[in-house]
Design a protein around this ligand. Structure first.
Ligand SMILES: Nc1ncnc2c1ncn2[C@@H]1O[C@H](COP(=O)(O)OP(=O)(O)OP(=O)(O)O)[C@@H](O)[C@H]1O
Length: 257
């Protein structure tokens, strides 16, 4: 589904990514882990197009998208959530989720202020689909009319996941989906991620510090340290890799595993 090939990204003298290569296979969950500052967010940013690597290539379904704009990548079926919540806090849960799906509408959600005919029919069908496929699926029905600002943090993160899903993405990129969550909320999100993979066949790339969850749900784990890939493979292999253990020495992340 997605290949990063020999990608490098620097900010002045800081080498955020160094000659990095990996492949996220279709229908699999690939997790990117690494200590703070390892380059995980930078990697997400070159995949979604917010940053351009100085060298190397990004291929999506075999096509070179390295220089393509983020909105074009979104139209291809790439969707992401952010480390810090990026929701419209004053808007309802339903409206936030609908906004996530607007790239799929032909007429656009706000076509000209008045809407009629095709745009109206499309919007009604879209709303029904969102309610059936996303709101029910992520168990958000009881809060669909609530403003996002009134919700506890764990539910806000779930709304962000719902909004990313509303695009019906082929590739879903989740940036720390359980950061700041308690155990129960984390288990809920882990279950939803596995359900998305199983029921929708979505390819998922995950950046996450929660090692328990990463090792539980990933098909493949890619480990970065100082912008370089130091290991990649099945969770059990990566966990036993001496270079990975050394990279995490002094960090509390691995102790959770
Ligand atoms: N916009 C930027 N300008 C300058 N340096 C940056 C920028 N973005 C990232 N960096 C640097 O690149 C390196 C990798 O940062 P990045 O945020 O990708 O790491 P990370 O693995 O996501 O870290 P964390 O786990 O703390 O979120 C760090 O040294 C960081 O300071």
């Amino acid at each position: 589904m997605l290949t990063v090939s020999n990608a490098s990204l620097s900010f002045g003298g800081i080498h955020a990514l160094v000659d990095l290569s990996f492949t996220a296979r279709e229908g699999e969950i690939t997790s990117i882990i690494g200590p703070n500052g390892a380059g995980k967010t930078s990697l997400f940013n070159i995949i979604s197009g917010f940053y351009q690597p100085q060298s190397g290539a990004i291929l999506f379904q075999g096509e070179d998208i390295t220089r393509e704009r983020p909105d074009h990548r979104a139209k291809r079926g790439m969707s992401r959530t952010f480390q810090n919540l990026a929701l419209f806090r004053g808007m309802s849960v339903l409206d936030n989720i609908k906004l996530g799906g607007h790239t799929r509408l032909k007429s656009g959600l706000f076509s000209g202020g008045w809407y009629y005919g095709r745009a109206q029919r499309e919007e009604i069908a879209f709303r029904e689909e969102i309610e059936r496929d996303i709101i029910d699926f992520l168990e958000l029905d009881h809060i669909r009319k609530a403003p996002v600002s009134a919700l506890p943090y764990g539910l806000q993160k779930r709304v962000e996941l719902a909004r990313a899903l509303a695009m019906k993405p082929k590739l879903l990129m989740l940036d720390e989906p359980v950061a700041g969550m308690n155990r129960e909320e984390t288990e809920d999100i882990a279950r939803f991620i596995l359900d998305i993979q199983e029921q929708w066949g979505t390819t998922i790339i995950l950046v996450e510090h929660d090692m328990g969850m990463v090792m539980d749900i990933s098909d493949q784990v890619v480990v970065l340290n100082f912008g370089k890939q130091i290991a990649a493979g099945a969770p059990a292999d990566v966990q036993a890799n001496p270079q990975v253990i050394e990279a995490y020495l002094g960090s509390s992340d691995m102790e959770v595993a």
